[in-house]
Design a binder for this molecule. Structure first.
Ligand SMILES: *[C@@H]1O[C@H](CO)[C@@H](O)[C@H](O)[C@H]1NC(C)=O
Ligand SMILES: *[C@@H]1O[C@H](CO)[C@@H](O)[C@H](O)[C@H]1NC(C)=O
Ligand SMILES: [Cu+2]
Length: 361
């Protein structure tokens, strides 16, 4: 009881609910740009704002474009062909991102002559510049790099031959913990406005034709990266959704990744090693300390009460109806409460307990 009260009082200071989450920041060649909170005016940001921490559901959902009710940002960040873009996420309470299973994809599209601050992203012709699932030869997910702490990042390289101009980046997390059945997948799109002013050394054409897609429309509801009954099976291959990588994309050996983190343990435990090894291209030292409640997506009674209280007091965050599905967090729906040999559930529990300990509860 006392613990619950403590949780409530802590959460009461948090602006958002404890589930799901949003992009929290972008580093371009090490320079940091924060992302707006949901419903925040994006005039002073390079990241378009959304009005909910919830996932976008459905491959035909118009919000698959740039997130829930995305609003154009006022600023455009300078970058260069070949720049490294690193991205961090937070959960709905402002703590550490929790989802680790699924894909991380990045698209880009020209904003045309008018520039990104006024560009209608529904018209964007997106080409894919990066796609990640599991670290090669392991059952470790790239997405889990985001769960290591507030500055856990995933990154990609801007194609080095991209012509000068303004571009919209469409970054998307494809959370697959409920993606074992059709419609279960959770999409978390976020759009970032950048400008390449330095001319490319060897400019190529901006991708077009079969290399580009619009959103919604870029994913199919039944393609393997969106619907994957085997996603929790050890050794299974996961293929991120959407078109193939554009020819000008760099299959960055380190990038997007954080290099050197392919432990063979098959574990996605939230240690700090992955983040630490990415520090050359991204934020400096990131503490592995989990700062979130670590509990995933609105499953517990405690959290529901927290949500209710915050909704009464603070900004109204639209909630999606599928809370029950999130009780499962990263567990496959048909394999709940399995034997202790199952890796993911044990980690999730460990993570939750550790988080509570960290928060002194
Ligand atoms: C990859 O990592 C190696 C060793 O840390 C480094 O020398 C190289 O520059 C990196 N490449 C990229 C594209 O970041
Ligand atoms: C995370 O990155 C931000 C922006 O660079 C920085 O201000 C903050 O100190 C970092 N936090 C940690 C825990 O490293
Ligand atoms: Cu979620």
């Amino acid at each position: 009881m006392f613990a619950q009260l403590a949780l409530l009082s802590l959460a009461a200071f948090a602006p958002l609910v404890a589930a799901h989450g949003t992009l929290s920041g972008v580093w371009i060649d090490g320079k940091h740009y924060p992302a707006p909170m949901p419903l925040e005016n994006p005039a002073q940001y390079i990241v378009r704002s959304v009005n909910s921490v919830d996932p976008v559901k459905g491959t035909n959902n118009p919000d698959l474009n740039c997130g829930h009710n995305a609003q154009k940002a006022g600023l455009v960040a300078d970058a260069a062909p070949g720049s490294t873009v690193a991205l961090s996420w937070r959960n709905g309470e402002g703590g550490t991102w929790v989802h680790r299973v699924g894909g991380v994809v990045n698209f880009m599209a020209s904003c045309g002559n008018g520039g990104c601050a006024t560009f209608d992203s529904a018209k964007a012709e997106f080409f894919k510049v990066s796609e990640l699932g599991k670290y090669p030869g392991t059952d470790n997910w790239y997405m889990a790099d985001l769960t290591t702490g507030p500055n856990g990042t995933t990154s990609f390289t801007i194609p080095p031959t991209l012509p000068a101009g303004e571009y919209l980046i469409r970054h998307d997390l494809i959370a697959m913990h409920n993606g074992l059945s059709e419609g279960g997948v959770e999409f978390y799109p976020a759009c970032i406005q950048i400008r390449l002013s330095a001319p490319s050394r060897t400019a190529s054409a901006i991708p077009s034709g079969k290399e580009v897609v619009t959103f919604p429309g870029g994913y199919s509801p039944t393609e393997p990266g969106v619907l994957d009954p085997n996603v929790f099976n050890p050794g299974s291959v996961y293929t991120p959704p959407g078109p193939p990588l554009a020819a000008i994309a760099v299959a960055d050996p380190n990038g997007s990744t954080s290099g050197g983190s392919s432990s063979t343990s098959g574990s996605d435990a939230p240690t700090g090693t992955i983040v630490a090894s990415s520090s050359s291209t991204t934020p400096g030292s990131s503490s592995p300390t989990p700062t979130s409640t670590g509990g995933g997506c609105g499953g517990s009674r405690q959290k529901k009460r927290v949500i209710k209280r915050i909704v009464q007091q603070g900004p109204l965050i639209k909630r999606h109806a599928n809370k029950a599905a999130h009780k499962r967090q990263e567990l496959p729906s048909k394999k709940r409460a399995p034997a202790p040999t199952a890796v993911v559930p044990v980690q999730e529990r460990t993570f939750a307990v550790r988080s509570r300990v960290m928060r002194g509860i």
